[in-house]
Design a protein around this ligand. Sequence first.
Ligand SMILES: Nc1ncnc2c1ncn2[C@@H]1O[C@H](COP(=O)(O)OP(=O)(O)OP(=O)(O)O)[C@@H](O)[C@H]1O
Ligand SMILES: [Mg+2]
Length: 352
Amino acid sequence: MSRNFEPVWLALPFPAFVIDATARIAEVNDAAEGFCMASRRQMRGHKLEDFAGTGSAVVDAVQQAQGGMRSVVLHDVQIGWGGQARGMANVQANKLGEGEVLLMLHPRSIADRMDRSLSHRHAARSVAGMAAMLAHEIRNPLAGISGAAQLLSGALGTEDRELTDVIEDEARRIGDLVNRVEAFGEMGPGEVQAVNIHDVIDRAKRAAAAGFAKHIRFKEVFDPSIPPTVGSGDQLMQVLINLLKNAAEAMPAGGVVTLKTAFRPGVKLSLPGKRRQSLPIEILLRDSGPGIAPSILEDVFEPFVSTKASGTGLGLSLVSKIIADHGGVVDCRSDSSGTEFRLLLPVWKEVG
Ligand SMILES: Nc1ncnc2c1ncn2[C@@H]1O[C@H](COP(=O)(O)OP(=O)(O)OP(=O)(O)O)[C@@H](O)[C@H]1O
Ligand SMILES: [Mg+2]
């Protein structure tokens, strides 16, 4: 059986080249043309080192693969092409046979974001799967426990009643946790419509300021030119509430949250399935707190990661799930002077 793999090759979402035995570029895919800002015709038949530079890490990786190593991977390589810097990438060279090598570049920023946002998504999905089971297996015995504690407390003296109160309080806490976990499973894409992001931010801010965020100040820098995004206003409000709640919990009285929006039509991201997703709506939420503990910084979007005595660790996991469901991306930067979450979202397009 033989199949034509040309369309697959062309559509690979990362730059890929076939280098022949004489170290010349034999094939180039679409992503490579974009990354190198050079056309297939300009590159084919030319020496790899004419573009990547003599002695560059890319050339080195290809030579190592030709020299007998089957697969060579170099991490965090600064890529230059035709004398121009093209950013950081992981470089992979695989021997194909007869001296040919498949050279692949995985540009760092995109690869990182895709990896992170996809793995959060998987984690959130497995939480959703677990939720139904948890709810079923825990709720009934839990109702039994708190019912029994209530009955028991009627027959006890005041001192012993403190113990049954503890049982009831803790049972309630477990019940709340089950409800929050279950929210993952129940949340579908919801009703999709045009959403004005400034309205959502405003609603979330007012709810926060009236409750858990009484002690902090808000600073706003809004870009009025932002068009509507697409999705569920209620779910996006939940995203902002969770982020504001974390910021408020991280800061003492007088702490400042800066909310900033911007419209950046140039921001595009390669996501699986869709070739280039445009995510021009940017929302930044920055706090002046002490920063996220370095030990959990890499994992903050994973479910059940928390440093708080009564935290579920589901807040940021929910944030990443909702943003992923909206076709967007969230990332986070944090150091001892504060924490910044950045949300990138698509624009609402009228259909029909
Ligand atoms: N703005 C922030 N500043 C400092 N640390 C933060 C901030 N946001 C999140 N964190 C850290 O990340 C952890 C995970 O946050 P997440 O919202 O997922 O869970 P949680 O706040 O602990 O629990 P829950 O949201 O269920 O109340 C927090 O416990 C905290 O340590
Ligand atoms: Mg939280």
